[in-house]
Ligand binder design. Structure first.
Ligand code: GDP
Ligand code: MG
Length: 597
């Protein structure tokens, strides 16, 4: 297709505002998916995506549509993940488009991710088509929110389209508007080829399928390709477009969106954001935009049954093939045995990986409390990067800095007080506050990432009856008065419970954990003190009283074979026990204490 008859666009929206439903509807209306093949969220291929109703991996699909004069066009729709954890993928998808449909639920109005995605689209110079969705809902108030949208992006409220992805109302007019308003892609047909990778998916049968947007030149099957960030070369086995099933083609040219298959088995060789060119006649300059996705949140993953360790390793190796953002390395813990320290883009990413490990590989896992990356400078001015509290340097500390995020919260104005209270209790500094309409407010805070990774979103939701929405982006590092709190059993630190917390919260963390453990650890032959400590200073203490549990006492002087049986039985019972110094603790106690049950 000549580039003047191509339109590349994406749909950006806050989660649940109906992006996937609208995408499905477009597939139906343009006729590329017959009604009988239609299932909800056609483009969300992973089970977890369909169940949770979220899009994790973006997909691209090509649809035919004709303008009023009968001229036919190829519309490439790129579905983007809506969640902040995956914002790097969102921004790569946006860079592959000339326009974006900004979709807003007509019963909800603008939410935090609406804004975050809109700002990303504006940074990429995309033409924005504002659209209100779900106008079939009785609670929809399109007049009110059309005004809100027009105020936000400029323009007139009448220009805001009104559709229902559910009934299909207004969707044809929206497709016409895509052709009319979104500019055709421009590029140099005669130049050395440059294609931007905006997604890379591992497929068990076909290997890695790489989704690209051609910027300059042409790529054809059987050519030899080069990845510009690494210089690695691959044979192009197949090239084509998704419509929405893969259709091989004779090549892709300027402005086109499609897929490449090179037979590689690992998405790390075909990275999102990288530029693909010819191996023989390479382009000299890569397209802007490649950065490695950085893990923000770390957690230890341990199999509950220690003998599952090899399965966990294999499962992580497999998931890594399709998820370049997943990081892991082996780690051992006194309390939990052998496991892996894993790095994630955010909490949702952590949750999804753990769920996939359990579901797709039949593993039973325990995850340690999530931790962020700390930079710790010791008194002799050495700086250590700490992603696991047990690596926190001992001895005198000069300074500790932690990652900060710029948080945006949108909510009805009645909740401003309770939100401010919550943010202050999480060490947030108010940056500003704006009214978006008569009753919706945007609050902006600078806040430590560590304060929001835990349960901030749950608290925010419950304080606002579910009305608040949240978005955040990294905003550098900041020094803070942070300390490591250790939990000691009879004087020995139990690694899985060490935590890096603000000094003001150290005491309450210590009390919480010592109390929890004192209820979970069974009594021993001797008294066991449970303490919380900062360095050598004890800040909280509980103890477990001694019992005399001497199985042999029952058969004092008695028959030797009975004695042996009893001893064996006791050993059996010890199997799932972990020794911390002289104290034996059932693994279940550690797990329960970590999960807060
Ligand atoms: P996404 O998270 O933006 O992809 O949103 P989904 O497409 O998964 O939709 C979220 C929810 O809104 C689902 O329960 C949909 O059935 C519902 N929904 C989507 N579009 C419409 C619409 O036009 N009208 C109504 N009534 N419900 C809709
Ligand atoms: Mg979706």
């Amino acid at each position: 297709t000549p580039s003047e008859f191509i339109r590349n666009f994406c749909i950006i929206a806050h989660i649940d505002h109906g992006k996937s439903t609208l995408a499905d509807r477009m597939l139906g209306i343009t006729g590329i998916v017959a009604n009988r093949d239609m299932r909800a969220q056609y483009l969300d291929r992973m089970d977890i995506e369909r169940e949770r109703g979220i899009t994790i991996k973006s997909q691209a699909v090509r649809m035919p549509w004709s303008d009023e004069g009968g001229q036919s066009y190829a519309l490439n729709m790129i579905d983007t993940p809506g969640h902040v954890d995956f914002s790097y993928e969102v921004s790569r998808s946006l860079a592959a488009c000339e326009g974006a449909i900004l979709l807003v639920d007509a019963a909800q109005g603008i939410e935090a991710q609406t804004l975050a995605n809109l700002y990303l689209a504006m940074e990429n110079d995309l033409t924005i088509i504002p659209v209100l969705n779900k106008i079939d809902l009785p609670a929809a108030d399109p007049d009110k929110y059309a005004l809100e949208l027009a105020n936000l992006i400029g323009g007139k409220p009448e220009d805001v389209l009104r559709v229902s992805g559910k009934t299909g109302m207004g969707v044809e007019a929206l497709l016409d508007r895509v052709i009319r308003d979104i500019p055709a892609p421009v590029g140099n047909v005669d130049a050395e080829p440059r294609a931007m990778i905006f997604d890379s998916v591992y497929d068990a049968y076909r290997g890695v399928v790489t989704y690209v947007r051609m910027v300059d030149g042409t790529l054809k099957p059987r050519e030899r390709l080069q990845m510009m960030s690494t210089g690695t070369t691959h044979d192009l086995l197949e090239i084509g477009v998704s419509s929405p099933e893969p259709v091989p083609s004779k090549g892709l040219s300027v402005g086109e969106v499609g897929y490449l298959i090179t037979g590689v088995k690992d998405v790390r060789l075909s990275k999102v954001g990288d530029t693909v060119t010819h191996a023989q006649k390479p382009a000299t300059e890569a397209l802007p935009g490649y950065t490695d996705p950085k893990p923000m949140v770390f957690s230890g993953l341990y199999p509950i049954d220690g003998s599952d360790y090899p399965i966990l390793r294999e499962a992580l190796d497999k998931l890594k093939l399709s998820d370049a953002a997943l990081n892991y390395e082996p780690e051992t813990s006194v309390a939990l045995g052998f496991g892996f320290r894993c790095g994630f883009l955010g909490l949702l990413h952590l949750e999804i990986i753990t769920e996939r490990l359990e579901r797709e590989f039949g593993l039973n896992l325990i995850a340690t409390a999530p931790s962020v990356i700390y930079e710790v400078t010791t008194e002799d001015r050495k700086t250590v990067t700490v992603t696991n509290p047990s690596e926190f340097p001992t001895g005198k500390i000069h300074a500790v800095s932690e990652p900060m995020v710029r948080v945006a919260i949108l909510a009805p104005k009645d909740y401003v007080g309770t939100i401010m209270e919550l943010c202050q209790s999480r060490r947030g500094a108010l940056l500003g506050m704006d009214y978006l309409g008569e009753d919706r407010v945007e609050l902006r805070y600078n806040m430590p990432l560590a304060e929001i990774v835990f349960d901030f979103f749950d608290h925010l939701k419950s304080r606002t009856q579910g009305y608040a929405s949240l978005d955040y982006e990294p905003s550098g590092e900041q020094e803070a008065d942070l300390v490591k709190v250790d939990i000691l059993l009879q004087g020995e630190a139990v690694d899985a419970f060490s935590a890096i917390v603000h000094r003001d919260n150290a005491y309450s963390y210590g009390v919480l954990m010592t109390e929890r453990l004192s209820k979970l650890i069974p009594r021993q032959q001797f008294e066991v003190p449970i303490q919380a400590a900062i360095g050598a200073r004890i800040i909280a203490r509980e103890s477990i009283r001694a019992i005399r549990k001497d199985v042999l006492a029952k058969c004092y002087g008695g028959d030797i074979s009975r004695k042996r049986k009893l001893l064996e039985k006791q050993k059996e019972g010890k199997k799932r026990m972990k020794m911390v110094g002289r104290v034996e603790v059932p693994q279940e106690a550690f797990i329960a204490a970590l999960s807060g049950d």
